[in-house]
Design a protein around this ligand. Structure first.
Ligand SMILES: [Mg+2]
Ligand SMILES: [Zn+2]
Length: 189
């Protein structure tokens, strides 16, 4: 049976985002946001498979190496061991916007790939990110969406942080039906 999951954005959601046009270029640049580790652990305890789906255009630009990405993964996993959880799969888009790939968010390619590889139930899963690009990718994949980190925008859940979003999700938060959905309005009629 398909499992429910969270598709976590990385920069600005799990860790402090680099200034605009800059990148997290080494493992020493990686700093968890307050409560992020606890939030991830809370989602794991609520039986969500943990995945990370992240646009990493800095790789295409030669500013970030794949080796650095691996080192950051190892750092994250090491920190999560203390909370007895782990990211099951990391998935990146290394392309530039003009590459017109299927994976770069707001397109849903990374999420769809992860769902197929790990047998995940998209409709029961959450995409959590700090930009509308993340939300758009989540909607395109048919997931629930959470916007965190103080950005303005519409999502199924808007919360100040991953920590806060995880509390709502783990306690069974269900979004109000979207008015644009004919199915939902038929069901509530
Ligand atoms: Mg982000
Ligand atoms: Zn891509």
């Amino acid at each position: 049976m398909s499992r429910k999951a969270v598709f976590l954005d990385r920069d600005g959601t799990l860790n402090v985002r680099a200034p605009e046009h800059e990148y997290v270029t080494s493992v020493s640049d990686f700093a968890w946001l307050p409560g992020a580790v606890e939030g991830v652990a809370r989602l794991a305890r609520a039986d969500y498979v943990l995945t990370v789906a992240s646009n990493q255009r800095g790789v295409a630009r030669g500013l970030v190496t794949r080796e650095t990405l691996r080192e950051i993964e190892q750092r994250m996993q090491r920190d999560l061991v203390a909370e007895r959880c782990a990211i099951e799969r990391f998935r990146y888009c290394f392309h530039e916007g003009e590459d017109d790939c299927e994976c770069r968010k707001p397109r849903p390619g990374m999420i769809l790939d992860l769902a197929e590889q790990l047998d995940l139930d998209l409709a029961a899963s959450w995409v959590i990110g700090d930009t509308e690009t993340d939300v758009a990718a989540g909607r395109a994949a048919g997931c629930l969406t959470a916007l965190v980190g103080g950005a303005e925008g519409e999502a199924d859940l808007v919360a100040p942080s991953l920590d806060a979003a995880s509390e709502a999700i783990a306690s069974g938060f269900q979004p109000a039906p979207r008015e644009s959905s004919g199915l939902n309005s038929a069901m509530s009629a």
